[in-house]
Design a protein around this ligand. Structure first.
Ligand code: SF4
Length: 67
């Protein structure tokens, strides 16, 4: 079976408290728990760069840890 879009979407938030993670997921954009979608007009692919940019926007710039 084809994987739903949500699992590769930038707007998906992994919330362990939701439980059944392959049947329900949290959409940050819609601000609600949703059933994983096969089509979505606001899907945005979670590329490495997009995830880094989102993390930077949410948490600020991480300083390099000096060893
Ligand atoms: S934007 Fe669409 S594809 Fe992305 S997590 Fe939300 S419902 Fe799923």
């Amino acid at each position: 079976m084809k994987k739903s879009l949500c699992f590769s979407c930038l707007h998906r938030e992994n919330r362990p408290e939701i439980g059944l993670s392959d049947q329900l997921t949290y959409c940050r954009k819609k601000e609600m728990v949703v059933r994983p979608k096969m089509e979505c007009p606001i899907y945005s692919k979670a590329t490495t760069r997009a995830v880094q940019e989102l993390n930077r926007a949410l948490y600020g710039v991480m300083e390099e840890v000096e060893e």
